[in-house]
Design a protein around this ligand. Structure first.
Ligand SMILES: [Zn+2]
Length: 73
């Protein structure tokens, strides 16, 4: 038995990250459309991970001019 409760207009999308099939509800679709966003390609946990990664990379990026290299010879 499936535990996913679907309503008319809901969609099932396969996450490109973890291949999990997740429900993209008609309510979410309306929200995405409202904000001019494309349908998600990833499930919520994958999107969350990606967002955190992006923030971490942004925080780790060295300030401009601070080049890291091993050309000190
Ligand atoms: Zn995923």
């Amino acid at each position: 038995m499936t535990s996913i409760q679907m309503y008319e207009g809901d969609k099932l999308i396969e996450c490109v990250g973890c291949k999990v099939v997740f429900l993209f509800s008609v309510g979410e679709a309306a929200f995405f459309k409202d904000h001019d966003l494309d349908e998600p390609k990833r499930c919520a946990p994958c999107r969350h991970v990606r967002r955190e990664e992006k923030e971490r990379i942004a925080a780790d990026t060295p300030a401009e001019g601070e080049e890291v290299g091993d050309c000190g010879v």
